[in-house]
Design a protein. Structure first.
Length: 261
């Protein structure tokens, strides 16, 4: 099992004054992780030269680009034209993921609750799977794995049943970014979907002195179970808390390194 840090862990700094190159340096020199996860909005550009520079910089610090994350796409939007725009955006980022040699491109299914649409409406599921099918078909032209992330709140896939339902609705390879904090029923759905995970998020909302998140006391057991089952992919820290990023992130990484070994 390998560790990565998401650029979202320093999103406040990256949105104000920090350059992505500094984030990559921190990951390589200070955090000692194996890889980075990059949010699309944190890239200084998406042209070929910029993408090549980012990949070369990561290589220089011995880091893999474990995941490139589309920060927001929503295939549950009510308007077909809006969904079409998001499909084209995801396909464009698949090409960019390929250029970066990223293992995974993370995308979302959709958030019907944001559009006053019902989670159980068959039309919502048809809209989402139609969009995903086009993206899955396009993903066959690149090396990166297209993977959807489970997401509670207003998300479409918020339980294991939802994940299996949406995956069964498309033909071809559709991966899963397993977010350990984003199932409405927690460990139950984690256990049921761990075997199909292509990438794992350990999201943090708070941090204790030992580097654990008191909101998710099951992380140690879940990660140990993943390791025991032979999961050899990435676990990415996604720090979202209020504590100082430069203090919280290293502490969380040290904790995850201990429990993931």
């Amino acid at each position: 099992m390998k560790l990565a840090c998401s650029s979202y862990s320093y999103h406040a700094e990256l949105e104000e004054c920090m350059e992505l190159a500094e984030f990559i340096r921190i990951c390589g020199e200070e955090l000692g992780v194996d890889g980075v996860e990059l949010i699309d909005e944190h890239l200084p550009g998406d042209d070929r030269d910029t993408l090549d520079e980012i990949r070369e910089l990561a290589d220089a610090y011995g880091l893999e680009i474990a995941c490139l994350s589309v920060f927001y796409n929503d295939f549950a939007k009510a308007c077909r034209a809006d969904r079409r725009e998001d499909v084209e955006n995801v396909m464009a980022w698949l090409d960019r993921a390929d250029r970066l040699a990223a293992d995974v491109l993370r995308a979302f299914t959709g958030f019907p609750g944001l559009h006053d649409r019902d989670h159980g409406d068959p039309a919502v599921w048809r809209d989402v799977t139609t969009c995903l099918q086009e993206c899955v078909d396009y993903a066959e032209t690149v090396e990166a794995t297209l993977a959807i992330e489970n997401h509670n709140h207003d998300g479409l896939i918020r339980t294991a049943d939802d994940v299996f339902r949406v995956r069964s609705g498309v033909n071809g390879e559709l991966g899963l970014v397993l977010d350990l904090a984003n199932y409405v029923d927690g460990v139950d759905s984690i256990d049921r979907t761990a075997h199909v995970a292509d990438h794992v998020h350990a999201a943090y909302d708070d941090i204790d002195a030992d580097g654990s998140d008191p909101n998710y006391p099951y992380y140690d057991a879940v990660l140990a179970d993943l390791a025991g089952k032979g999961y050899d992919g990435y676990v990415t820290l996604e720090w979202e808390g209020e504590a100082d990023d430069f203090e919280a992130v290293p502490r969380a990484i040290d904790y995850l390194r201990t429990v993931a070994d």
